[in-house]
Design a protein around this ligand. Sequence first.
Ligand code: FPP
Length: 234
Amino acid sequence: MEDKIIPQHVGIIMDGNGRWAKKRGLPRNMGHKQGAAVFKKTISWCRELGVKCATFYAFSTENWKRPAEEVEGIMNLLRQYIKDIREAARENVRIIIIGDISRFAEDIQADLEEIQNDSCANDGFIVSIALNYGGRAELVKAMRELGELIAAGALVPDDITEELIDKRLYTSEMPPLDLVIRPSGEQRLSNFLIWQAAYAEFVFMDVLWPDFTKKDLEYALEQFASRNRRYGGI
Ligand code: FPP
């Protein structure tokens, strides 16, 4: 892929775990378990292929509506994977959690805070994990912060720019989002990085997330490289 244009920041919607499990007559959480294993492998593949940053949609603000047993299963997977995430951080990987984790169990919050702090100077690769994340909630948070500055007399509305909003988003220290990959056949954004995706390319794929392979990632990167991004120009 030497001569190809490689996306700096890839967003991945890890969808299709439930269907993968159902097809095999397994409980949904087995799909999440397999999906978490693919998440781990995808981090290495992204690095090998020259991507600089990857954001994974692991738990949305809407996912709390799922049965308690399924939510608990995903939380337990997260507990297991915290160890792997910590190992990744040792290889010069920076971990950034996007979303509001204050609703998560204390132990998970503490571990994630620690991993983020310990890895904040790493510059080899960024793994960003969206947990209790919603694009609209992220924008509301940014608007509130700007509103507070205005109320305190520190900002006037005319000074609000796209850059100022960008700086208030969870992604402020990441490269711009270039590519969004959604496996599982669904073709929607589902509240994922809605502001950041304004000029991203989209690749929708029929494969279910637990079946996602390095070849699928390579296919998505090839699609990206073949597209002509004009950013509204000609
Ligand atoms: C979407 O598939 C997937 C999720 C809501 C959870 C994703 C979680 C993981 C991959 C594992 C935990 C993550 C980490 C970082 C350890 P779905 O359940 O909506 O699938 P369906 O549409 O087929 O039902």
